[in-house]
Design a protein around this ligand. Structure first.
Ligand SMILES: Nc1ncnc2c1ncn2[C@@H]1O[C@H](COP(=O)(O)OP(=O)(O)OP(=O)(O)O)[C@@H](O)[C@H]1O
Length: 206
């Protein structure tokens, strides 16, 4: 059982404070929406929680069945989908999926061909990712994150580039695969985080 604890966590870039004295406890089953306008610091907070960048003061801890997970191992317990994280563009769809699952175990032993069907990308199996539309890339990013067998899922702007069908697909996918995980969604769009029972407005932590 993964537990994340932020204790007086603060982040600044040079002289600009992005958030200050943030206290938060999350455990599996929790869904948190991080909200705020452009530039409020949503992506920065997500990166701090993933361990990609350090906080300036305070503490973030990951704990699993009573023992603390070292920061260098956090990445093993999480998957991220974000606009600034690139897919391997030179790979075909099948290669990109195989590559991803060299590092992360697939959820419920999902087979690549089944995932491709769930992502409704079966017409594009042999196409290089560089030739995907932005919506197709977004579905692939979300699929790779949600179908990684990890307890922490971090989604930044999950429905960007998705059309109406894609947005409905996202909602259904989340409903099915969020259970017993910690899900964190950074967003300005209520439709992306309606299911989140917990909300954190970054404007409150300046
Ligand atoms: N590496 C960095 N160095 C300096 N400042 C940075 C860095 N990364 C982000 N910032 C600044 O931190 C602030 C928050 O940026 P961030 O990308 O976290 O906002 P956001 O809420 O995710 O915005 P958006 O909704 O536009 O995606 C901005 O003022 C940004 O310029």
């Amino acid at each position: 059982m993964l537990k994340i604890h932020l204790h007086e966590a603060s982040k600044r870039f040079q002289y600009e404070w992005i958030f200050k004295n943030l206290n938060l406890q999350l455990t599996q089953g929790d869904a948190l929406a991080i909200t705020g306008g452009n530039g409020s610091g949503k992506s920065t907070l997500l990166k701090c929680i993933s361990g990609a960048i350090p906080i300036s003061s305070g503490k973030i801890t990951f704990e699993s069945t009573g023992s603390q997970i070292p920061e260098t191992d956090w990445y093993k317990h999480l998957a991220v989908s974000a606009p600034y994280l690139e897919l391997p563009e030179e790979f075909t769809l099948t290669e990109a999926i195989d590559f991803h699952f060299k590092f992360k175990k697939p959820l419920n032993r999902t087979q690549p061909r089944d995932l491709i069907e769930i992502l409704y990308l079966d017409q594009h199996v042999h196409k290089p990712v560089s030739q995907f539309s932005s919506g197709m890339k977004q579905r692939l990013k979300l699929g790779l994150a949600l179908f990684s067998d990890v307890p922490l899922i971090l989604l930044d702007e999950p429905t960007s580039n998705l059309d109406k069908k894609g947005i409905a697909w996202y909602a259904k996918l989340i409903e099915t695969y969020r259970s017993n995980r910690i899900l964190i969604v950074c967003s300005n769009e209520p439709r992306e985080y309606e299911f989140c029972s917990r909300r954190l407005a970054l404007e409150d932590f300046k």
